[in-house]
Design a protein around this ligand. Structure first.
Ligand SMILES: [Zn+2]
Length: 304
């Protein structure tokens, strides 16, 4: 059988929140089978747990925020993407602030943390969201769509009317049976126009943003000294975000996602429609050889 996964050891990290600019500490803990991904705020009068599930989604303006019992946790998508991409089903994420640290603006440091902790298989069968019919949502000309597919494929197209964006590929497609999340997606950083950043900062947002944790786009070129990590880094980051958002369905997905100019808000509307239209079933996979998706090998196999 294909088993559920958690991390072997607890691991810690710290960094600054993109919006607050304040330091936050993270602890990733192993969790029992069927726990799912659960955030735990430890800085309030009481400890509050917030499951990484659609029902707990609050604001989706600039990032995806989860809420429970009057507590929030925001900018969760890059960490969720790392957990989804490494196939980790169960993990408790302790955080002493309202925002997951931005790290380098991608998922790569979270993937590194998960690898450092080690991935182990558990005694329960892994569950998948198996898409059974096409569902689509639109907002203006933006589209987010899901359809049945024997694997996990994410395709995204951007369209920004800006000379710098136009220099780089605006479309990309990732098929998890052929490509590696770690190599192709996890290193893609978040990005934004330097001109927007001023506005955001004057509204007390993106206070922690700098060229160490985001790609800054100037009028004529990218302002980061090292340039891009790969030519389609912008669109790959949108794929990274979509993978994180899709994980709010609670399990790894078997199906195909297509996004055109979509973001967290529209992705979330898609998830609600997938739920309300019952466009999936939960499945288990008996034989590992039948699995349509390959994840990072668990520790037991690495040392086998
Ligand atoms: Zn992002």
């Amino acid at each position: 059988m294909l088993a559920q996964r958690t991390i072997r050891n607890k691991v810690t990290a710290s960094g600054i929140g993109l919006h607050s600019g304040k330091k936050v500490n993270l602890v990733l803990h192993p969790a029992d089978p069927d726990t799912g991904v659960v955030f735990r705020r430890t800085d309030g009068d009481k400890v509050v747990e917030i499951p990484a599930l659609l029902n707990f989604v609050g604001n989706t303006t600039l990032s995806t925020t989860l809420e429970n019992d009057g507590y929030e946790i925001s900018t969760i998508e890059h960490l969720l993407s790392a957990l989804a991409g490494t196939g980790v089903d169960n993990c408790i994420i302790e955080c002493d602030g309202p925002e997951i640290p931005i790290m380098d603006g991608s998922s790569t440091q979270f993937v590194f943390l998960i690898q450092a902790a080690g991935i182990v298989e558990q005694s329960a069968v892994k569950k998948f969201i198996y898409v059974t019919k096409s569902v689509q949502v639109k907002r203006g000309d933006a589209v987010a769509r899901i359809k049945p597919y024997d694997g996990f494929r994410v395709t995204f197209t951007l369209e920004f009317d800006h000379p710098v964006y136009k220099k780089y590929p605006q479309s990309a497609s990732i098929d998890f049976s052929q490509t590696s999340f770690i190599r192709e997606v996890s290193r893609a950083r978040t990005f934004g126009l330097m001109s927007d950043l001023k506005n955001l900062k004057s509204n007390n947002l993106a206070l922690g943003a700098n060229l160490e944790n985001a790609i800054g786009i100037g009028e004529k070129d990218i302002e980061n000294e090292g340039g891009l990590r790969f030519s389609d880094e912008f669109v790959k980051h949108k794929i990274l975000d979509a993978i994180g958002d899709l994980y709010l369905l609670g399990h790894n997905l078997i199906g195909e996602f297509y996004g055109f100019k979509t973001g967290h808000a529209l992705n979330n509307e898609l998830l609600k429609k997938i739920e309300s239209e019952n466009a999936y079933k939960i499945i288990e996979i008996d034989e590992i050889k039948d699995a349509p998706i390959n994840y990072l090998k668990p520790i037991s196999e690495e040392f086998a």
